[in-house]
Design a protein around this ligand. Structure first.
Ligand code: PMP
Length: 465
């Protein structure tokens, strides 16, 4: 049976057109999985590996979507899920609470930077960012500043797929064929590789901070509610900013009473070797931190927002006794998700964060060796997240024709040899489970090298490069 699956065109093999909108795949007559990228079925997982429908074992290069931090098939987490389901499957978050949610809230509050003592649990990253934005709106309404609502995000950012969060996104394709909301102003991406263009890194940093200062002057600080930033722009291509950029942007926010939302959906829970990276890695104490993914190592959909005591206390002491934050999700504070998160954090703190910190330099160093390949423009990253960007001419950093979908071509070749890659147009993202070993890193890099070399050959043979 053949069926039509709506797809963004992910399964094209080399030589097939890159942007077919509808794609025929061989499959049983099941309901249509709209939006799924048909890259083959994954049937099981174990540790750092997944197994596909053909029985092929693949290193899970992207750890699902940056999330399977403790690795696949962790029996401890599986048992916690079962035990919690048998004890209490659900309790409404509005009129009751549950023990796992209370314990997790305490654990997060003890680990978050500064005065981020409060947490609102959500179902994932988009709902966490939505919650943070609604909270900012509520906060400014209650404070008698109803005009202070503009949102500042950056080109290259990714904050989610709901209407408001997608409007914050700064990747052009997120806006193709979609309508955004008119509350968002975008600053440049802080990506040194793409943005510096002849400037020193320090001068580029000054330029970025000046741009923000000018925007504040132009729009007026009394109209800007929040600045939102991923510490490292993940889905934009693992874009790393100049060293003091985040600190200086944070200082501008403080000076102008603009809430700083650190979107740690990818970077928290071990990817950068710490539970939260904002303070431990980047030296900032944001007003809110959004998280998801790694909080349960992807075993259960859970996210949340850490909120500062400063904001929370202000809301409490407000002279609007009837002001209520009417915001709720059926699955907020889900006991199973919270129970998994508690045990997951314990696993992270029982050696896994340390392992991630220890193995990260090797991971970055080994991947960096790919820069000698003629197709590779830059390998960059931090911790256990890295992006390999392909260009037409590395010396001139000339961009490749994006329609060539080089990332997908590389992924295709790598899958033949035992590695799953996350293709991102002309890039490959690598963010493996934190349990990855040095030997597995060696294999990953060797296969990636072969995959990139084979792709280069294909492009030459097809007369495309
Ligand atoms: N923020 C960031 C930084 C993300 O990377 C993502 C997801 N990739 C989201 C928010 C949205 O999370 P979710 O897909 O769980 O809604």
């Amino acid at each position: 049976d053949r069926r039509i699956r709506e797809t963004t065109g992910a399964r094209e093999l080399p030589g097939e057109p890159a942007n077919r909108r509808f794609h025929l795949v061989q499959a049983a007559p099941v309901a249509r999985n709209i939006g799924a990228e048909a890259r083959g079925l994954i049937t099981s997982g174990e540790g750092t590996y997944v197994v596909d429908e053909n029985g092929r074992q693949l290193i899970d290069g992207p750890a699902g979507m940056w999330c399977i931090n403790v690795g696949h098939r962790n029996e401890i987490l599986a048992n916690v899920m079962r035990d919690q389901a048998m004890a209490l499957t659900y309790s409404t978050p509005w009129y009751t609470s549950n023990e796992p949610a209370e314990t997790l809230a305490e654990m997060l509050s003890a680990r978050a930077p500064g005065d981020l003592r409060h947490v609102f649990f959500t179902t994932g990253g988009s709902s966490a960012v939505e919650t943070a934005i609604r909270l900012m709106q509520f906060y400014n309404n209650v404070r008698g500043k109803p005009q202070k609502k503009l949102l500042i995000s950056r080109q290259g950012s990714y904050h989610g797929s709901t209407h408001l969060t997608a409007s914050l996104n700064g990747r052009p394709r997120d806006h193709d064929w979609m309508d955004g909301v008119d509350l968002v102003r975008k600053l440049s991406s802080p990506s040194v590789f793409h943005g510096a263009q002849g400037l020193s890194v320090e001068a580029f940093e000054d330029h970025l901070v000046d741009e923000f200062r000018r925007l504040i002057e132009q729009e007026g600080a009394d109209r800007i509610g929040a600045f939102i930033a991923e510490p490292i722009q993940a889905s934009g291509g693992v874009l790393v900013s100049p060293a003091n950029y985040l600190k200086r942007m944070h200082a501008l926010c403080r000076q102008n009473d603009i809430l700083y939302i650190s979107d740690e959906v990818v970077t928290a829970f071990g990817r950068l070797g710490h539970i939260f990276a904002s303070e431990d890695v980047f030296g900032i104490q944001p007003d809110m931190i959004t998280f998801a993914k790694g909080v349960t190592s992807g075993y259960f959909p859970l996210g949340g927002v850490m909120v500062s005591a400063r904001i929370f206390d202000e809301l409490r002491k407000s002279d609007h006794p009837n002001a209520t934050f009417v915001h709720g999700l059926t699955y907020s504070s889900h006991p199973i998700g919270c129970a998994v998160a508690i045990r997951n954090i314990e696993l992270l703190e029982d050696g896994l964060l340390e392992h991630a910190r220890e193995v990260s330099p090797y991971f970055q160093h080994r991947l960096k060796t790919l820069e000698d390949l003629p197709l590779v423009g830059e390998v960059r990253g931090m911790g256990l997240m890295a992006g390999v960007e392909c260009v037409a001419d590395p010396s001139a950093k000339n961009p490749l024709n994006l329609d060539l979908a080089v990332g997908k071509r590389i992924d295709f070749h790598c899958q033949q040899k035992g590695l799953l890659v996350r293709p991102l147009i002309n890039m490959c993202v690598m963010s493996p489970p934190l349990i990855i070993t040095r030997t597995q890193i060696d294999t990953m890099v060797a296969v990636l090298r072969e995959g990139i070399a084979s792709t280069a050959n294909d492009l030459i043979n097809e007369g495309l490069w």
